[in-house]
Design a protein around this ligand. Structure first.
Ligand SMILES: Cc1cc2nc3c(=O)[nH]c(=O)nc-3n(C[C@H](O)[C@H](O)[C@H](O)COP(=O)(O)OP(=O)(O)OC[C@H]3O[C@@H](n4cnc5c(N)ncnc54)[C@H](O)[C@@H]3O)c2cc1C
Length: 404
């Protein structure tokens, strides 16, 4: 049924913080449910929480186990600022759609932070300013246009000159956009928190269990599993991350490789406001701090999938990331205490595909693609929960597989 990947290599920093364990039982007999969610990473957890909140009975399965996929490798900058600058997205998708995608992402980040507060999930979530630095993709004049485009769309953005950036943040670069309202969090604690809240609402978790076949019946879906038993559901939600099922059109996405490092704790050397920092450049660079003062720096993406080659490059990529971090912040101790690599799914448009699969109205894809993966997982949980509840989401068409 699917393409399998070794999703990550090395040791992500999140393993040094304790996330609650999520119990998952064996699957020993055929079972029935309203909704079957395949995948217990952050996308599956968000969908499950939204669906159980709406009163649906939900079963989740995962072929590895909860929190064992790319969710543990993410650097978890949860931004409404999309990887695709608004000006560039407008050029490819049209101004109205591009502005709407940006606004929906802004709402998703607000909704996620409200959801975490309402559920009382302790996931070290902080709301932070961000700096989008001029780079080889957007020079200062283009960055100024980008800030203006965002303001026209109703999204606050302040253009900082070289001098203002140096005075306010001690960063010596040509220019930046300053924004507010992005999030940083611990992705494993968030995912475990969402799953555990769903468990209280009687969600059932089975792992390791792999979905191996999907059959469509009248008004229901039957999913065969690696262990033998079949799960029958009214709706199927595929939250399988970058291991996409064959039902999902392969042309829609590609898998690349990416790397990240985390330094030791250095709270007193963190830059003003602990702003999230990312660069309008290729190769990509982004930086954040953890709540206890480590600095995470990621990027250096390469356009290949091969996991052995990816992991073999980790030492070299770590050095490059540390050097870039040191050139931006000379006072930091940039030596990596953690270094890891991951596979990473992107789409050509930069927007994810979310919703019912073409020709399969009861099979929904909930996918976090690209550098905004977690923001997109939040949007997906909203759109898919609406669809399963029989309601329309005003932005469903924007992210649909069959969008115009
Ligand atoms: C290094 C790195 C840095 C990143 N940084 C950021 C960032 O800063 N901000 C951001 O928003 N995003 C970022 N991302 C992207 C983000 O990590 C992903 O969008 C997110 O983790 C995807 O979560 P998921 O739940 O969809 O996938 P996963 O966590 O991979 O979960 C999918 C699960 O499905 C299971 N599964 C697959 N197939 C089957 C099957 N047939 N049967 C049963 N189970 C199955 C897998 O075992 C897996 O556990 C980053 C990614 C990487 C690798």
């Amino acid at each position: 049924m699917k393409r399998k990947l070794d999703l990550r290599g090395g040791r992500p920093v999140w393993f040094s913080y304790r996330a609650s364990s999520v119990p998952a039982g064996k699957l020993t007999r055929d079972v029935k449910t309203d909704v079957l969610v395949v995948g217990m990473g952050v996308s599956g957890a968000m969908a499950t929480e939204a669906l159980t909140r709406a009163g649906h009975s939900v079963i989740c399965i995962d072929r590895r186990g909860p929190l064992k996929g790319s969710t543990s490798a993410t650097t978890a900058l949860v931004q409404f600022e999309l990887d695709q600058p608004l000006t560039k997205l407008s050029a490819s998708k049209g101004k109205a759609d591009a502005e709407q995608a940006w606004r929906r992402s802004r709402l998703a980040v607000i909704n996620l932070s409200g959801r975490v507060a309402e559920l009382g999930i302790d996931c070290s979530l902080t709301c932070l300013p961000s700096l989008y630095l001029a780079g080889n993709l957007l020079r200062p004049a283009e960055l100024q246009e980008e800030a203006e485009a965002r303001r026209q769309a109703g999204i606050a953005a302040t253009y900082l000159t070289r001098q203002a950036l140096a005075e306010r943040f001690g960063i010596h670069r040509a220019a930046a956009i300053l924004s507010h309202g992005n999030l940083a969090l611990d992705p494993r604690k968030l995912t475990a928190g969402l799953l555990l809240r769903s468990l209280v609402r009687k969600a059932r978790f089975h792992a390791p269990v792999e979905a191996t076949a999907i059959e469509h019946g009248r008004g229901q879906i039957s999913v065969g599993t690696s262990l033998g038993p079949t799960i029958t559901a009214q709706h199927l939600v595929l939250a399988t991350g970058y291991e996409l099922t064959d039902l999902i059109p392969a042309t829609a996405h590609r898998i690349v490789s990416t790397w990240a490092i985390a330094t030791g704790r250095q709270a007193d050397k963190i830059w003003p406001g602990a702003a999230l920092i990312w660069e309008a450049s290729d190769p990509y660079l982004y930086i954040r701090a953890t709540a206890d003062g480590r600095v995470i720096c990621g990027g250096e993406d390469e356009d290949f999938t091969d996991e052995t080659r990816r992991d073999a490059l980790t030492a070299d990529k770590s050095k490059r990331l540390a050097a870039k971090l040191g050139s931006l912040f000379p006072r930091l101790d940039v030596g990596p205490e953690f270094a890891w690599a991951g596979s990473f799914g992107t789409t050509t448009s930069g927007l994810p595909y979310i919703g019912a699969l073409p020709g399969h109205p009861r099979v929904h894809a909930v996918m976090g693609y690209g550098g905004n993966g977690i923001t997109f997982s939040q949007i997906a949980s909203e759109i898919v929960a609406s669809a399963i509840g029989g309601r329309d989401d005003t932005d469903a068409e924007l992210f649909a597989f069959r969008r115009s």
